[in-house]
Design a protein around this ligand. Sequence first.
Ligand code: GLU
Length: 330
Amino acid sequence: MDTLHDSPAPVSPAHMTVGRFAPSPSGRMHLGNVFSSLVAWLSARAQGGRIVMRIEDLDPRTQSGPWTDLLLDDLRWLGLYWDEGPFFQHERFERYRLALDALRERGLVYPCFCTRAELHAASAPHASDGTPIYAGTCRGLSEAEIEHRSQTRPPAMRLRVPDADDPRGVFAFDDAGFGPQRDVLAESCGDFLVRRSDGVFAYQLAVVVDDAEMGVTEVVRGRDLLGSSARQMYLQDLLGYEHPAYAHVPLLVAPEGRRLSKRDRDLDMEGLRERFKTPDALLGWLAHTAGIAPDARPRSAEDLVDLFSWDAIRSHREDIVIDEKALVQA
Ligand code: GLU
């Protein structure tokens, strides 16, 4: 029988660092995405490790469109090659279903019928990523109520998190980019989604199953996902997986502090490729902006491996502001 734990063994030797690219194909990569990918790649390579490529196309709405091909092409153009994959989340739903079943069998998940408006109205303050802290509204529904409500609205599925005084829900870890972290799940997010009401598996569940099954030992990504790490560690504990090392990087922001967005096509790869002409010009400038290289002269990804250190990344206490004038002159 197919179970959660008989997926193929990861290819890399046990002691090897395995990093990953995990882009969502929701638009063309922007400079911030390039930066996270570059750091993930440099960190793995500096440790003699490997990189797995995984396309995070969980949501059926992101499965069409040109973005996946463009992502792969942009990363290749940059010289950020991967060793395994690409793997596609939309081909792995069965793996997520097995994980959800394993949690369900242990009584750890429950159906939630709350609408978006109800969630916002009932919630206490919002978690660090902007989602409301779940108030536990559907935690204690009886079988009869579940049955009754299911007739009018398909439920989402939530994972119970331990009470605030239960050490199983408290996570302390050292993030390579942002230093010591402590997160009490009951206070930072409450019971969180593992499947949406439209049947799409939640990012938190998919990413945990994928990172474990793909042998990922180091997760490098933007600091907007720092707050997801404890949720992922909790799922890893429940599913019997090791915790990878976490390493978040600052976001790149425009001078007025505005975040780059794929939707607005801010500093996206189409414009960057036109502006810089060569990958080395772009990477050299970016590495200098991020404090990895002492000057902005053109350098290949390979050239940057020896210059890379997490100290350079950690030295940014804040987001990295892009000097648009320098960009225009580039
Ligand atoms: N797919 C996410 C994104 O493109 C990244 C998820 C992760 O690195 O854990 O923002």
